[in-house]
Design a protein around this ligand. Sequence first.
Ligand code: SAH
Length: 235
Amino acid sequence: MASKKLSIKIITLFPKFVEDFVENFGIVKRAISLGLLKMEAVNLRLFGFGERQVVDDRPHGGGVGMVLRADVLYKAIRSAQLKVKSGKWKVILLTPQGKKFDQKMAQKLSKVDNLIFVCGRYEGFDERIRQFADEEISIGDYVLMGGELPALVISEAVMRLRPGILGKLESTENESFSTNYLEYPHYTKPEIWKVGKKSFRIPKVLLTGHHKNIEEFRKEESLKRTKKRRPDLLK
Ligand code: SAH
């Protein structure tokens, strides 16, 4: 890894999405103050044309909705790229037509020090902007109204894999998808939890303090639930 700092720039018409995220989460704020993370919105509006800072127009050939102009997007992308101080960067276009995001992609992206996200709105982008993107990513087979939430989803999945951003207490090693298994179930206090007449207990082995048996139990549970919930992961 070239640098200890991950820099994220999100090109958007709604910078508040990003600003709220940055200002409201303890882990994110801590990572920023430790110099491990920089995260900012790039306001697409500032690159718009004319007094009204126009960023979109009607689709050629007709049809409903508006399309973000490639020339405006290009100016914003270039401006973000020029601000990159060091290290590799990737320009990522958010689109439901992109490659479907998963933990493996998060791991790959966590090796890149500068991520530039481009959020669409309305009907999406002028097709010609695609050639200036390194990747096109979708967060799932459904259509949202803009790329802001997808950009934040990907940013969050990536940043927690960067060294130092999560505290030592939260581990990313055994968790779901980091192997091909879902993680085992967790239990905490109380040992016996009463709801009306019902009592819910925790598996006895967890109270024995017998590390080997506990590890064995967790492995079995992990396999069992993967078979039941996500057999596709085991193929
Ligand atoms: N007309 C487009 C969808 C536009 S949705 C189409 O049919 O493909 C408006 C914007 O929201 C998109 O440009 C994209 O940036 C974002 N978006 C919507 N759903 C998304 C998803 N599943 N993953 C990533 N981005 C998405």
